[in-house]
Design a protein around this ligand. Structure first.
Ligand SMILES: *Cc1c(COP(=O)(O)O)cnc(C)c1O
Length: 409
């Protein structure tokens, strides 16, 4: 690692981020010294591990204005999304079998929804406008008496668009329909408040904000213990609201919602990453926004390019651009040695099918393929941006010139 020279500039922070030294330092003692099982409550080894887990739980809860008892640790946002969507489906199917989501969601939301369709649920996949935002009047019309859940992401992982989750939360709460949001990209970048935004379920992950991979959480509103049926009637429990069927059965950890021995080093790392992000969110977001806008200024030297996603309602660290008249895979391969970035989500990076997100904006297959996602992060510097900007401009010009040359010969 230390000997690695000339590694490409990393601009794929919407795919993942490095673990920062402070996070790693917080994690290490929990591998070796405080190695106890946090569920072993008969001795101090267990208590030490439990104390670390509790601290992290409190930090993460505070970051989204939740109660610590409402945080369920999972292996990441994929598992949190699955637990939220399938858990609600199983718990509330007597009340209705209809769900609403959006065409531009992450596959960890879309795939569980498609799976539920095979079990007899119906799912409305709302379209988005050319700016990537859901149209609230379409959502309004999609509600029906069978609707039990709405799942709309807070921030898109490809185009960075911020959906109006506060408004959606209010619409759902007014109708007593549960609202889930995938906030994997939003945590640490924009303010999140589960109370003010009327969010019932929220998926989080550590590795998009300088924490370790393989750890995340689901916020489950109402301290996950009570019982209230879908028309809001309280049938017992402490401040109850959301009922969830667990997707992993076993020792009953995480109040029965997610069995399996907790992984304290990961959880402690997640908590420390959230703590650091909350300390620096405002200043760092401003810095990233300036760098991102600087990159856009560089690219604007090119004609026939399109910014994907709303120009201002977007994550500060994300820029997604389509280049007309360019073969996307060729452009990526020519940039590879200098720039680490992707054409869309990491999950679809290896296959050439055009991004479902860019397609949902109304772009052609060809243009969707000729798309670059720039994900800026803590380590991104102004010289990085200037280098990346001029390199992309140079390569796009060269590919376009070559295309003109061949079309003439
Ligand atoms: C990264 C990401 C996920 C998947 O999270 P994992 O923790 O890697 O499972 C889900 N949704 C969104 C929006 C993401 O950006």
């Amino acid at each position: 690692m230390d000997s690695a020279i000339n590694r490409p500039i990393y601009l794929d922070c919407n795919a993942t981020t490095p673990v920062v030294p402070q996070v790693l330092a917080a994690m290490l003692p929990f591998f070796t010294d405080y190695f106890g099982n946090p569920s072993s409550l008969n001795h101090s080894y267990g208590w030490e591990a439990e104390a670390g887990v509790d601290r992290a739980r409190a930090t993460i809860a505070a970051a989204i204005n939740a109660d610590p008892a409402e945080i369920v640790f999972t292996s990441g946002a994929t598992e949190a999304n699955n637990l939220a969507i399938k858990g609600v489906a199983e718990s509330y199917m007597a009340a209705g079998k209809h769900m609403i989501t959006v065409q531009t969601e992450h596959s960890a939301v879309l795939a569980p929804c498609r799976y539920l369709e095979t079990l007899g649920f119906s799912v409305t996949y709302l379209p988005v406008g050319p700016d990537g935002l859901v149209d609230l009047s379409r959502l309004e019309r999609a509600f029906c008496s069978e609707t039990i859940l709405v799942s709309v992401m807070a921030a898109n992982n490809e185009i960075g668009v911020l959906q109006p989750i506060g408004e959606i939360g209010r619409m759902c709460r007014d109708r007593n329909i549960l609202f889930h949001t995938d906030a994997a990209q939003a945590l640490g970048k924009i303010p999140l408040d589960v109370q003010a935004m009327n969010i019932d379920l929220m998926s989080l992950t550590a590795h998009k904000l300088y924490g370790p991979k393989g750890i995340g959480a689901l916020y489950v509103g109402g301290r996950g213990v009570g019982r209230r049926n879908v028309d809001g009637r309280n049938v017992g429990g402490r401040n109850p609201r959301v009922q969830l069927s667990p997707q992993l059965h076993g020792g009953g950890q995480e109040r029965g919602l997610r069995s399996g021995t907790l992984f304290p080093p990961q959880i402690v790392g997640f908590g420390e990453a959230v703590r650091l992000a909350m300390d620096t969110q405002t200043i760092e977001s401003e810095r990233l926004r300036r760098l991102r806008d600087r990159l856009w200024t560089h690219l604007s030297a090119l004609p026939d390019i399109h910014l994907n996603g709303h120009p201002t309602k977007r994550l500060p660290n994300n820029l997604n651009v389509s280049f007309e008249g360019v073969e996307g895979s060729l452009l990526l391969s020519q940039l590879q040695s200098a720039l680490a970035l992707s054409s869309g989500s990491a999950c679809s990076g290896a296959n050439p099918t055009p991004s479902h997100v860019i397609k949902a904006l109304g772009r052609s297959d060809r243009l969707a393929r000729a798309t670059l996602r720039f994900g800026l992060g803590q380590r991104t510097t102004e010289p990085d941006i200037d280098q990346a900007g001029s390199l992309v401009v140079e390569k796009v010009r060269a590919i376009r010139n070559e295309a003109i040359f061949f079309s003439k010969s």
